[in-house]
Design a protein. Structure first.
Length: 313
């Protein structure tokens, strides 16, 4: 069903606000890291200045790169914007219902990751190819936890529509509150790994394998990719907030309700990023080989949520 004008405007406004705020959110993480290390560090708006600087630089393409490599930054950005238009964040319903289905959203995230990985191979760089292999390995380790926890939430709501899941959890119309809490914890753990924070990753480690697929990009393409990575982090946290912490979100399209929902969303996202910053800056870097052991903990917690759903606790 096609959205009406009010829902479409809400989706566009939500998408634009997330796009504009993404560098600010990533800048906040850098500021927190510097303060906790007792350094001056970059300013809160440094990411905006970096993007402007990259936009003004010359773009250089690797001689062995193909169409996929050149199209990937635009594909990833457009895919993330579509996801942001269908995810309930400010409201308890998806602004565009056709984009707000759980299965659709998961496949859109997978599409962005697929093209990011494919571009590393298409670049012709061996380092980018190794980084691509690492990216896909992380996806294999994290996505089962994320999918299983979302599956439990969908079963509790009786629908795969993200808006229906958000509304059911917000109103308490679920027969197993324990399953919701445990599924939320498992999903939050998967989100933390997706954010690329210590002890698993370091988002600013440009010369490490985590940034391998981005190695051969420069100029405006690199700026678009950096912006997309910041937007992805904001969307993933917004996804978690919209589904498992929908309290304060607007149940309708009234102006007052949307403004209150926007304020509640900003507060919840800031609190989560502050908590993530404290945790990530308080632990040491772990070896990549240890990630499978930790990811199985997430799968176990998500499986426990499914058990709670089956027994109705």
């Amino acid at each position: 069903m096609l959205p009406d004008l009010s829902h479409f405007l809400l989706a566009v406004l939500q998408s634009l606000l997330l796009l504009l705020a993404a560098p600010l959110v990533s800048g906040l993480a850098r500021v927190m890291r510097a303060k906790m290390h007792n350094r001056v560090g970059p300013g809160l708006l440094q990411d905006y200045r970096d993007l402007i600087k990259l936009m003004q630089r010359q773009e250089v393409w690797p001689p062995d790169s193909g169409l996929v490599f050149r199209a990937m930054p635009s594909i990833v950005m457009v895919t993330l914007l579509v996801i942001s238009m269908g995810t309930p964040m400010v409201t308890r319903f998806a602004p565009i219902a056709v984009c707000g289905d759980l299965v659709t959203t998961v496949y859109l995230f997978a599409l962005a990751r697929f093209f990011l990985a494919l571009s590393g191979i298409d670049s012709g760089s061996s380092f980018a190819g190794i980084g691509t292999s690492r990216e896909l390995t992380v996806a294999v380790l994290v996505e089962p936890t994320m999918l299983l926890s979302l599956f439990v939430a969908a079963l509790l709501a009786g629908s795969t529509d993200l808006g229906s899941i958000s509304a059911a959890i917000a109103s308490g119309h679920v027969h197993s509150v324990t399953a919701v809490v445990v599924a939320g914890l498992a999903f939050g753990f998967a989100v933390y790994i997706e954010l690329g924070k210590l002890p698993y990753d370091m988002a600013e480690a440009e010369q490490e394998l985590q940034e391998g697929p981005l190695t051969e990009y420069s100029g405006p393409s690199l700026a678009l990719l950096k912006w997309s990575m910041a937007l992805k982090q904001t969307i993933v946290v917004g996804w978690f907030v919209g589904l498992f912490l929908p309290f304060g979100s607007s149940p309708d399209l009234s102006l007052a309700g949307v403004l209150v929902g926007l304020l509640a969303f900003v507060v919840k996202v800031l609190v989560i990023f502050l908590a993530v910053g404290i945790v990530s800056n308080s632990v040491a870097r772990a070896r990549f080989r240890l990630m499978p052991r930790h990811s199985w903990v997430g799968v176990g917690v998500a499986s426990l949520a499914f058990v709670f759903y089956l027994v109705g606790l």
